[in-house]
Design a protein around this ligand. Sequence first.
Ligand SMILES: Cc1cc2nc3c(=O)[nH]c(=O)nc-3n(C[C@H](O)[C@H](O)[C@H](O)COP(=O)(O)OP(=O)(O)OC[C@H]3O[C@@H](n4cnc5c(N)ncnc54)[C@H](O)[C@@H]3O)c2cc1C
Length: 605
Amino acid sequence: MNDSGITVPRRLRAPEPGWTTTADVIVVGSGIAGLTTALRLRRRVDRVLLVTKTVLDEGSTAWAQGGIAAVMSPEDSPAEHIHDTLVAGVGLCDVEAVHALVTEGTDAVWDLIALGADFDRGDTGQISLTREGGHHRDRILHAGGDATGREISRALIAALDRVRDDPGIEVIEHALVVDLLKDADERVCGVTLHVIGEGQVDGVGAAHARAVVLATGGLGQIYASTTNPSVATGDGMAAALRAGAVLADLEFVQFHPTVLYLGEGSTGQQPLISEAVRGEGAFLVDGAGERFMQGQHPLADLAPRDVVARAIIRRMRETGTDHVYLDCRHLGAEFLEQRFPSIVSRCRELGFDPATQLLPVAPAQHYASGGVRTDLHGRTSLEGLYACGETSCTGVHGANRLASNSLLEGLVFARRIADDLTARLGSGELPETTPVPPDGRPELLRGKRRIDVQRAMTAGAGTVRSADSLAATEQALADLAARASTEDADRQGGPKSWETTNLLHLGRALAYAAALREETRGGHVREDFPTRDDEHFLHHVHLRRSAAGVLTAEVVPVPRSNLEGLDLDASVPVDVLDEDREDGAVGSNPAVRHTNSVDGPEETA
Ligand SMILES: Cc1cc2nc3c(=O)[nH]c(=O)nc-3n(C[C@H](O)[C@H](O)[C@H](O)COP(=O)(O)OP(=O)(O)OC[C@H]3O[C@@H](n4cnc5c(N)ncnc54)[C@H](O)[C@@H]3O)c2cc1C
């Protein structure tokens, strides 16, 4: 057990709750993970409360474009999907979790279809399946071309609307969960939350429950530039950390290499330029017009994401700039408009014409592989607390996520959580209990300091890290933390400052975990330790806040048998032509993606 010396407060500074409500289970978040959990729980548990920070369809789920992976074709098999997932995770996946993901994924997807999700179909009405980087079979379902997440979100919200009048479920939008409540035995038994509402439920209140499910999505806003929407501020992970839950694998962050660069002042969610554009022949150049991917990797501009991202960063450093360029001009206006209509129109809206101009691009954060550590039922290390979706670390992604496995993870583990909670609550486990006021000095960092957190994280704990860069990040965040505990002690905060403080707390934990891992693996790239080191780092880093309020790290070894049968060095690139296509069209390079179709079962489960 390592003591980091980093103090983590038990809670954010916020007004005392002015109102109280109760439920059996509180589900926090309305992406695929939260909505699926709430809908399944509602059928079996008396009182479900679903709260979400803004509106129901705001979150990464609705932005997912490429698709959802599942074994749907007779030519495919669970063993192959499991193998592809384990290879992508570079030896750190939890094999049992991956087994659950894949073997239950097919039924879960058919249930989603039965619920109303309308996936793209071929001429004969069969569901179209595509193949993406890292997958050896056609197993990616997609909807509306590039609108898979939007369709899944629509179907789940429509299902929720159909039961909205049911007294068994209550939905509160514009409800930001601030912190977790615990009883005297350290059991999680509710949340404090800020609601922009009317009447009694307005301002900060407390919601008490027998169990809480965190489904608050990712932490992309911790970096200056991300593909994630503005709600992705890691609130659930940070609240769990403050409450003493174990977080794992935080250092594994997936960066997307080609995100449209909108200028130094542009932060937050940025538009993706799909790898499919490079699949059609676009290539990267530096400011002098020189191609720099050739000779870096056999696949040159179509090398794996981390390879391309690293090469871009290197070239940016060499040339003293903050972006490079994507050259699509030779593809021609007609082809680009027909092949990538969404990308072209988005670029033109922003003042760039891919048919006539070089597109400025730079890497940006895309996906958090780590999160709140759970077991196979979504239970965290704290009794009464569950985590689901991108907020969780179920172990299915290991050091890197396989394309299109994240929507599937949210779907499968939401079902597992709902089933586990149903059984436990039904048998009288997790009885109602009384929260005790959290102790210790609260922290609050002004919302306007968010950019300082983002810059520190981007500079030192981003795409490429080193001991020196991480130390600089840790120092910058420590300085901000000093402000957070002393500055404006009379201020009670609000959504922006709570989110910013969450980013600070998570940033400190992430940078600390990244400093401990002196190797390069998956989404964690160290320029001072550029190779994988199974001898010393075949393990997870578990972080938690100790009773004394200090961040501690525990190294949890992974069995060497995890590596058996995986040819990690010769693996197919994990994410060449990944699921991020803005247009949803199938890449024309048959080596990396094909389309196939599959009939549905006679009846859906
Ligand atoms: C541009 C883009 C493309 C992607 N493409 C794909 C793809 O094709 N396939 C794939 O599998 N994955 C893809 N991903 C990843 C995938 O979309 C996410 O991992 C997944 O949707 C996460 O689902 P979730 O339910 O865990 O979280 P989200 O969908 O992010 O939902 C989180 C919810 O929690 C709420 N919330 C957050 N904080 C609080 C708080 N404090 N209080 C209350 N509510 C809160 C949010 O408002 C939101 O409702 C993509 C991601 C992005 C950004």
